[in-house]
Design a binder for this molecule. Structure first.
Ligand code: SF4
Length: 445
């Protein structure tokens, strides 16, 4: 938890020697509290004070990274209980199980089905990010083989799920370079699992059936030299899990209780896949950092991914599309060119209405900081200069032979100035984008 200026002042030498560039130690402490100065600027600060201040500056919840390359994932490092207080930072990682009882074609098919769980939603790619290999066979050799196959056939981040240190040792021998998450250590296996995690630089899951036992276990693992820990709380039911996750987050963020300051993992393996979707949805909202499900059905995964996308979007930033020219259909030099704003909802509404018109067209998306047409115009984020600049930037002149630009009906008022700024003929389109199909078919000749 951050220290106040006065608390920091108590840790300083209090000689007012000015070597830090401040007139007094108190002034320096105030600057430190506001993160406007660096502790290194005081040459006389004691080692003890350095330790206390460094610990206070550490984030209340640790960030944990696993996987490698483009599919490396990170979880944790959250700072608030509720999204509206600021935002949530690291989206919940969704993982799908692969049993080590599978072999040959069956195993290959399962891994490929998980790899293919990718979707596009409002212009953004959303996907399952991890494979959780389950040691269902109980055999160390079989587990190691399956983990090796998963690494070979998938670039997704790996989670090695086994309570057996022998099985994890065998599997890590074949996958350590992929930096898997090792799941999991219990009170009985903490030492052995921590040793494997430390030697291979991999994060480790700690599993216990109460908050108190989990705090004790994470401390034990940390004392073995493993810093990157993920917490798995075994709860009797979903209600208890949600309640305990909320308590854990409050204790780590509000009370800076370090033993619980780690991301969390949940295993959702209800035999009814629809139930898995409902349980996973609740856990994504509060507060599971990694959710492992055992279905690879796209219709079950898509809603989960949609929830992750929504919960982890920044509430202060509208969802935006990239400003540029989007061809709809196969437009040519005689096709209509129209503009809209980069607010996602606006763009996708216009896009689907243009598609429905069956008139191949170009849509120029103007950067209005993610605001809709009227909001942008009234806030001066949309005017003739901004549109003219966007036309120049995205080379509108090279796209079409004609010099006609269709503008949204709501900003008809800017047509005169826009004609002057661009030397193009401005055609005022309909106010509602739903009228675009009729408009394009009637007016675009
Ligand atoms: Fe105080 Fe250190 Fe600054 Fe000197 S250098 S005034 S001891 S904070």
């Amino acid at each position: 938890m951050a220290l106040t200026g006065l608390e920091i002042f108590k840790l300083l030498p209090k000689t007012n020697c000015k070597k830090c560039g401040m007139p007094t130690c108190l002034a320096f402490a105030m600057q430190l509290a506001q993160k406007r100065a660096k502790l290194e600027d005081c040459p006389d600060v004691s080692e003890e004070a350095k330790k206390v201040l460094a610990a206070a500056a550490a984030p209340p919840m640790r960030k944990v990274v696993f996987g490698s390359g483009d599919n490396q994932v990170q979880v944790g490092q959250e700072t608030v209980m509720f999204r509206h207080e600021e935002k949530f930072y690291n989206p919940t990682v969704l993982a799908v199980t692969v049993s080590d009882k599978l072999a040959g074609e069956e195993l290959k098919k399962r891994i490929e089905s998980v790899n293919s769980l990718q979707f596009e939603r409002v212009g953004t790619r959303i996907a399952v990010n991890a494979l959780a290999v389950m040691n269902d066979s109980g055999s160390a050799a079989q587990f190691a083989e399956t983990c090796a196959k998963a690494k070979e056939l998938s670039s997704l981040a790996l989670i090695l799920v086994s309570d057996s240190p022998e099985a994890v040792t065998a599997a890590i021998g074949k996958t350590a370079d992929a930096v898997p998450l090792i799941a999991q250590a219990t009170a009985d296996t903490a030492e052995a699992m921590a040793k494997i995690a430390k030697e291979n630089n991999c994060p480790l899951v700690a599993k216990a059936d109460s908050i108190e036992a989990l705090a004790e276990l994470s401390e034990k693992i940390k004392s073995q030299g493993v810093e990157d820990i993920v917490l798995n709380l075994e709860a009797a039911n979903l209600r208890d899990e949600l309640y305990d996750f909320s308590r854990m987050r409050a204790l780590s963020l509000k009370k800076a209780f370090r033993p619980l300051g780690y991301p969390t993992i949940s295993f959702v393996t209800d035999s009814d896949v629809n139930q898995q979707a409902a349980i996973a949805a609740s856990l994504i909202c509060k507060y599971s950092s990694i959710v492992v499900v055992d279905t690879a059905q796209p219709y079950v995964l898509l809603p989960m991914l949609t929830i992750v996308m929504n919960i982890f979007s920044d509430p202060q930033k509208p969802v935006q599309v990239e400003p540029k020219v989007y061809p709809i259909g196969e437009p040519d030099a005689n096709s209509p060119l129209m503009f809209t704003t980069n607010f996602s909802l606006t763009y996708y509404t216009v896009e689907s209405d243009v598609e429905a018109s069956r008139v191949p067209s170009y849509i120029l998306v103007v950067d209005t900081e993610g605001t809709s047409v009227l909001t942008a115009y009234s806030g001066d984020k949309l005017n003739e200069k901004i549109v003219a600049d966007a036309m120049a930037k995205y080379n509108a002149e090279s796209l079409v032979k004609h010099r006609k630009l269709i503008i949204p009906g709501y900003v008809a008022v800017m047509s005169g100035k826009l004609e002057e700024a661009t030397n193009w003929e401005v055609m005022v389109g309909p106010r509602e984008s739903s009228m675009l199909p009729k408009y394009l078919q009637e007016f675009w000749k």
